[in-house]
Design a protein around this ligand. Structure first.
Ligand code: PMP
Length: 440
């Protein structure tokens, strides 16, 4: 770790907040080079849906390595790619199922977001995008331009949204409601505002190519969109010929209690973005979209690393395991236990201001326990307390990260395969961490 801090970039992130050198990993357990074991509630930032080194993934990877199959194929077809694509198509939401076109992207969520934005522009002949405050879509210039965080956009030099014409609208965030009214009115107002901005010729927005959103904002602080809001956004965009891009990079593959987060509201996007868990822990990113949008030309979104055989094998096995073991339902059930446990912890520790989430995408917003309560009942953010809690959790053998405004939301993203006993241990360790932080 000392050598890493000398050799690697100042932009390294998790390596700073989680000073561990992972040496072994299995399921939800990571063991550091120092021999200490941790329960992993970060899971590669929500990537490891079926945990570290799942035996079925490892066996399939071994047999692929031994088979002599090409490991790098650009975007040519192979039996492994064919099998992955079939498995993915069969699991797509709503009207996309079995009929969508799939584009393999460079293997990161951010490149798939770029592809979605480019396709929307090509398919509509328009260039603007509506994105939501608090959204996170990646680190490349287009993706960061549609993300909310000023810090990340400043780092990219695109505080002006990089010339891609982004209009930002408020996301219905109940705890710190941008309209000052809280639920359920905030969802109604947000959807109404979207329709007004699109219809009013003097709104300054014009007709954009697309609206991009996360169904549960992840990095933005685990903020679930109400179902009726999502349905309203779908209706408003469909009626006006504006494409809906749903970024399921973090929410996809069972994480939120349904296979895709948008399925809960019965909403089907025009373009679905998937990465992280879709590659079973190895790098893979795709977009899937309505066939009618497939108007781009050969090479419009190309890249060298779009044909990673091992990722397609790990991804196919992961899709199979998630489906066979009904892991979305498991995520919903275990997630409800964790939320309930956190809420009971919040009753003992005022520094937990809000607990929210869907499935195994859970957040606890850490606030100043003695700060003044605002008119909606929220206390001021407490970034130092949140960081102290993350450190205390690590001391107690629990890996958790922070997200949200000012990094004040403690996030739980365990593997969907986490056992009931491990989930109880997560709560016990968080309780111990809270007690330590409260005791100062
Ligand atoms: N979209 C969302 C919703 C994400 O959570 C992330 C990553 N946290 C990305 C896009 C970017 O993915 P990647 O880090 O693989 O580029």
């Amino acid at each position: 770790m000392a050598r890493q801090s000398v050799r690697e970039s100042a932009a390294r992130s998790y390596a700073r907040s989680l000073p561990i050198a992972p040496a072994l990993a299995s399921g939800a357990i990571v063991t550091g080079a120092d021999g200490r074991s941790y329960l992993d509630c970060l899971s590669g930032a929500g990537t490891l849906a079926i945990g570290h080194n799942h035996p079925e993934v490892i066996a399939a990877l071994r047999s692929t390595l031994d088979s002599g199959a090409p490991l790098h194929v650009l975007d040519m077809i192979t039996p492994d790619k064919d099998a992955f694509t079939a498995a993915l198509l069969a699991l797509l939401p709503g009207e996309l199922r079995d009929v969508a076109k799939v584009h393999f992207c460079s293997p990161a969520g951010t490149d798939a977001v770029e592809a979605a934005l480019k396709l929307a522009r090509v398919a509509t002949g328009r260039s603007g995008v509506i994105a939501f405050s608090g959204g996170y879509h990646g680190m490349t210039l287009g993706a960061v331009a549609v993300s909310g965080s000023a810090r990340m956009r400043t780092a990219a030099g695109t505080l002006d949204t990089g010339g891609i014409g982004v209009t930002r609208l408020p996301f219905p965030y109940d705890y710190r409601c941008p309209f000052g009214v809280g639920a359920p009115l905030s969802a109604e107002l947000s959807a109404h505002l979207l329709a007004t901005m699109l219809d009013d010729a003097s709104s300054g927005v014009g007709r954009p190519a697309a609206v991009i959103l996360e169904v549960v904002q992840g990095e933005g602080g685990v903020i679930p969109a109400p179902d009726r809001w999502l349905r309203a956004v779908r209706e408003v965009t469909a009626e006006r010929g504006v494409l809906l891009i749903v970024d399921e990079v973090q929410t996809g593959i069972g994480r939120t209690g349904t296979f895709w987060a948008c399925e809960r509201a019965g909403v089907t996007p025009d373009i679905l973005v998937a990465a992280k868990a879709v590659g079973g822990g190895l790098p893979l990113a795709v977009i899937a979209y309505r066939p009618a949008l497939d108007v781009w030309s050969p090479g419009d979104h190309t890249g060298t690393f779009r044909g990673n055989t091992l990722a397609m094998v790990a991804g196919r096995v992961t899709l199979e395991v998630v489906t066979r073991q009904r892991l979305p339902e498991r995520a919903a059930r275990v997630g409800a236990v964790l939320v309930e446990g956190l809420r009971s912890l919040a009753r003992r520790h005022t520094m937990i201001g809000d607990v929210r989430g869907r499935g195994l995408m859970i957040g606890a917003e850490i606030v100043d326990p003695v700060g003044d309560v605002d008119e909606l009942g929220a206390r001021p953010a407490a970034p130092l307390l949140a960081a102290a809690l993350r450190t205390a959790a690590l001391r107690n053998g629990l890996i958790v990260e922070l997200g949200g405004r000012a990094d004040t939301v403690l996030r739980l993203l365990p593997p969907l395969t986490i056992t009931d006993a491990e989930a109880q241990l997560v709560l016990d360790r968080l309780a111990a961490a809270c007690a330590e932080v409260t005791a100062g």
